[in-house]
Write a protein that binds this ligand. Structure first.
Ligand SMILES: *[C@@H]1O[C@H](CO)[C@@H](O)[C@H](O)[C@H]1NC(C)=O
Ligand SMILES: *[C@@H]1O[C@H](CO)[C@@H](O)[C@H](O)[C@H]1NC(C)=O
Length: 309
């Protein structure tokens, strides 16, 4: 029986998990043809090392799921890409058969990690691709210091992901939100929400950020300083809207500082945009300095993102 041991390399941990999972079956093989079985056993461990769906057969949804996870994983050291897990091999994934009726509780007693999230908007459903992309982003962006949904996305030893969804129109205070309810399951697990045990601690299982320079943004009707094409961590681009242009949601400011983060993103993370002022104080012959404001476009996530833990 395998024991969790942080000194083991991840490959070994994974093999141990599979070994436990398939132990009974393996014992039967060993008993019947001992020598041949030892050879078969080795091959078996190799063969079940993350059974992945062939990338050429992935559906558009599955491709989005894998690519969006790997986009975040590639920001971290020692964090290999995930594949789309095949049901019934390393672990029996159940996300493909999830529906709105089964969304609320987490799976129990399972060897996989499991994330849940939903997203909706008034008027119509997002496409599946939009829904998966937004929910995976929200898991990653709002990860905590515990092995939660966000840490599961970038858990170093996880190799497979398998997702499903249900849809539902929910009316909240007379507005109908058209929502996707999304489940993703992972193996080896990086969270314990479905019952997985002995997964280790965050400090050992999350890779440091790979430093990436920040690229200078292009903002219409604005100047961006300094001129350098890229900045490093903690350096600042200042976006200043042209005269007579304003910024959507931040009327008190005429410029915005974007601080470069270690992963190539900025703080604040929202895109800065300038638009023509419709402020009546800005006369046709010249705007007062105070009339320039910055426009910040907020992502679709602002509509509704509820994370179920
Ligand atoms: C503002 O930016 C848009 C998009 O680049 C451009 O078409 C427009 O001419 C600009 N307006 C002014 C007054 O520079
Ligand atoms: C923006 O950054 C510059 C330095 O690049 C600094 O002088 C200025 O005070 C900052 N403005 C705000 C509003 O933080």
């Amino acid at each position: 029986m395998c024991k969790s041991d942080s000194a083991l390399v991840h490959q070994t941990v994974h093999s141990c998990l599979i070994q436990d999972f398939k132990q009974a079956r393996t014992r039967r093989k060993m008993a019947s043809h001992s020598i041949l079985s030892i050879l078969l056993f080795s091959a078996f461990i190799q063969a079940t090392d993350a059974v992945c769906k062939d990338t050429s057969t992935l559906t558009d949804d599955e491709r989005t799921i894998v690519e969006e996870h790997n986009k975040y994983r590639q920001k971290h050291e020692d964090t290999p890409d995930l594949c789309y897990g095949v049901s019934g091999e390393d672990v029996t994934f159940t996300a493909d058969s999830m529906s709105i009726a089964t969304f609320t509780p987490h799976s129990t007693g399972k060897a996989f990690g499991e994330n849940k999230g939903n997203i909706g908007q008034p008027g119509s459903y997002f496409t599946n691709s939009e829904a998966y992309t937004s929910v995976i982003k929200s898991w990653y962006d709002y990860r905590s210091s515990d092995p939660d949904e966000g840490q599961q996305v970038i858990w170093k030893s996880t190799k497979q992901v398998n997702c499903g969804y249900g849809q539902s129109a929910l009316t909240v205070q007379s507005t109908t939100f058209y929502s996707h309810f999304i489940f993703c399951q992972y193996f080896p697990p990086g969270n314990t929400l479905a019952g997985a045990q002995d997964i280790g601690v965050v400090a050992d299982n999350i890779g440091e950020f790979i430093p990436v320079p920040c690229e200078k943004p292009t903002v219409a009707n604005a100047t961006v300083t300094p001129a350098s094409a890229t900045l490093n961590k903690d350096e600042i681009y200042t976006v200043t809207c042209n005269e007579g242009f304003v910024v959507l949601f931040d009327e008190s400011e005429s410029s915005k500082n974007l601080t470069c983060n270690i992963d190539g993103s900025f703080t604040p993370s929202v895109e800065v945009k300038c638009k023509k002022s419709d402020d009546s104080l800005a006369g046709p012959t010249g705007a007062s300095p105070g009339s320039s404001v910055l426009s910040i476009s907020v992502t679709v996530l602002a509509f509704l993102v509820l994370i179920f833990v």
